[in-house]
Design a protein. Structure first.
Length: 320
């Protein structure tokens, strides 16, 4: 079908061409190269978002990773992206079971938790473990995901789940990954006091005074299985894919538990990556090589790699 001319009129069939070069009536047009097929349009994915402490509803689209997601949210609400500490899905509460990770369900509602008050806490390390589980938002902020009952940190009522760790002894850790922060805390000497500078998420009136401790959940940090999700990537475009199967979710939960026990971190996206690597590795040695090639900065100990391989490939209770 020919395109309309400048004034929306088509030249008569068999008549002169619009550029003034004539063609004899009845003479068929010479065959030309086939018109290139138009690229298939990508689906337009629009998500709804609010600030967790209260705001109008905004709409965002066109992001491929967490940093771009934060930039889109910040643009909607006219704030700086560095104000956003983390996001939760489908709840405005500081609920670590609903933490936004590497996947977003197409029907999920995104709540952004922004910087609130800053506080400093002095801690004395009387034992090796502080009782903290740390994660990060993928954009430079590490924060507390869990506080172990009866631990050193549990006895400090001013420290809460959701608090971002901004500095250790006036040494800023903004920009560090969660495993780096966990390593710094583990390496602090015992019996020597140190200071944590924390930033708590801004709270709505009905959330003031709340101190949340996240419990374990088989679906922690994951979207519901069987639903189509948008998977965010550090490099390259985001992709649409089906949610994880129940067996994959369970394997990722086991690996996430191992991450917490060995390293003091929880990271459901990292756990899923390790599950995929373990499923394709016929032995512990090959899994160690695979993890070292893509996740070498973690320096996983050999016994940890062996437990990951066993948790994924030979979980307890499986029938032989």
């Amino acid at each position: 079908m020919q395109r309309a001319g400048r004034h929306g009129r088509q030249p008569p069939e068999g008549g002169p061409m619009e550029n003034g070069v004539g063609q004899e009536p009845g003479t068929p047009e010479p065959p030309g190269p086939a018109a290139p097929r138009a690229p298939r349009a990508r689906p337009r994915l629009v998500f709804h978002t609010q600030l967790a402490h209260g705001s109008p509803t905004g709409r965002i689209e066109g992001f491929t990773n967490v940093k771009e997601l934060y930039a889109k949210i910040a643009e909607v609400f006219d704030i700086s992206p560095t104000e956003i500490l983390f996001c939760t899905l489908n709840t405005h509460k500081v609920d670590m079971q609903k933490l936004l990770g590497g996947q977003i369900g197409l029907e999920d509602f995104i709540f952004a938790h922004v910087r609130g008050e800053t506080k400093e806490v002095e801690v004395t390390k009387t034992e090796d473990a502080l009782g903290l589980t740390i994660t990060d938002n993928g954009a430079g902020y590490a924060f507390i995901k869990r506080i172990k009952e009866g631990s050193i940190i549990n006895r400090l009522q001013t420290v809460c789940v959701g608090d971002s760790i901004e500095a250790i002894n006036d040494h800023t850790i903004v920009g560090c990954r969660h495993y780096e922060v966990a390593r710094m805390l583990r390496e602090l000497p015992r019996a020597q006091p140190f200071t944590l500078r924390l930033v708590q998420p801004k709270k709505a009136f009905d959330m003031i005074g709340q101190r949340t401790r996240a419990g374990k959940s088989p679906g922690e940090g994951r979207v519901a299985s069987g639903k189509e999700t948008l998977r965010l990537r550090t490099q390259g475009p985001a992709v649409l894919e089906e949610g994880p199967s129940p067996s994959e979710e369970e394997a990722a939960r086991r690996v996430d538990d191992l991450l917490e026990s060995y390293m003091g971190i929880r990271d459901s996206d990292l756990a899923s990556t390790m599950v995929e690597a373990a499923k394709g590795s016929p032995s512990v040695a090959q899994l160690a090589q695979g993890l070292d090639s893509v996740l070498g900065e973690f320096a996983f100990p050999q016994e940890f790699v062996a437990e990951v391989w066993a948790a994924v490939c030979h979980p307890k209770g499986d029938k032989e």
